[in-house]
Design a protein around this ligand. Sequence first.
Ligand code: AMP
Length: 497
Amino acid sequence: MTSSFSNLGLSEPLARAVLEMGYETMTPIQEQAIPVVLQGKDVMGAAQTGTGKTAAFALPLLQRMMKHENASTSPARHPVRALVLLPTRELAVQVAQQVELYAKYTNLRSTVVFGGMDMKPQTLELKKGVEVLVATPGRLLDHIEAKNTVLNQVEYVVLDEADRMLDIGFLPDLQRILSYLPKQRITLLFSATFSNEIKRLASSYLQDPVTIEVARSNAAASTVEQHFYSVGADDKRRALHQILKARELRQAFVFVNSKLGCARLARSLEREGLKTTALHGDKSQDERLKALEAFKQGEVDLLVCTDVAARGLDIKDVPAVFNFDVPFNAEDYVHRIGRTGRAGASGLAVSFVASSDQRLVADIEKLINTKVEIEPLEFDDERPRISEQGRINDGRRMYREGAGDEGAMAESRTNEVARPPRERQDRPERRERREHLPHRQAHAPRDPFFDLPYESNAAPGAQPVWEAAGKTVPARSGVSANIKPKKKVAALFKIAG
Ligand code: AMP
């Protein structure tokens, strides 16, 4: 096993780009996945954003595509050969940015398409011809329907953040997209967790995948210092100020559970002198990108966000993540704190636990397999407050709990739960829509696909739902009809070292 990029035998333009990125050693997912992808095998990788998984798939795919590299201006000489599918615009943009950096000294072209934006500029890029297409499923289907791109020469497919794509309800879109692709291809699937749904997806579309797990699938980053403080709702903002000051934190992410709470908290913090931006599903794509950029440039101190809006944000070196609200879903805890302590850097994750959050904390304990200690938080100033147990901390004056933000929070939670899910029609809004749903609900997608047996154990003659309407390729024994066995070829790349 090697941990240096120089031992991979990458072609000079790719090696130069990696050097320029300043990467010295490979991350565990890179160490394990790159050689396997170079050999042309399918991969099922358990890795979260922040582990370096983009380079883990992008570098070997670019390397394999180098044989097609050409400087021709003809679009026909630049067909889509690699398709990378992601659940959100932000993730798609970030992955596309990374791919562009890795490919910058090659003639391989890449672009990104995602919903919520005018299709025209994307169409122009697609029509010029690109080898790597990064996309969110809904918008990609729009482009396919508009015949802006042809996918019959795709050799590589990456289903990135596959668990999230299923959560959001993209499965039917994925099935349609995959049905347009050549069945003989290399498919890579990355997911934070390997749920049964993910395993079933893999068994339908991957061929003898090599399973790579860089850490326990639900493990929280070990480089993150985690604290859970018992803080009454009225004291949360004060606690936030105090910790920011005590730890001399310049920037942080602050997570809340609702859009309403997000906007409200951002306004309050701004009034209290912190440069704050809210990031939630009601913000336009342009506003989100601007907010992100401002944060990256250091013009904003705090990014107050909801889970969906923050999903996959690739901002390096965020020193701290605050869970102003304990997330409704334990998996979101792992995703949230994954924003800090990334790629080897150390980070701080602070959760404010209200008395009503005990059950949510117990869920987190179960998921991360660690006993959580809920610590009391001593305030520096004289201002008295009521503790979570209802005792007055300094015995002088009582603060009434529940009159402030907690009431608002409870209201917004109720709103989220009460709002009924709408029909899935307008694709660009699908992701935002999830913010209206309680997370638990979002994790139990109802789709006929899940009620039908997979092909491998289906009754004789039964068709998978996604094939039922169209033409069906007869399944070979043990191989899904959605994939064709790969040609046996000698390993193209040898890993030295
Ligand atoms: P990803 O998980 O692909 O989103 O990557 C997270 C961050 O880690 C990105 O900003 C990458 O630029 C960075 N990164 C990826 N690979 C390495 C590496 N080998 N060494 C240092 N940083 C890396």
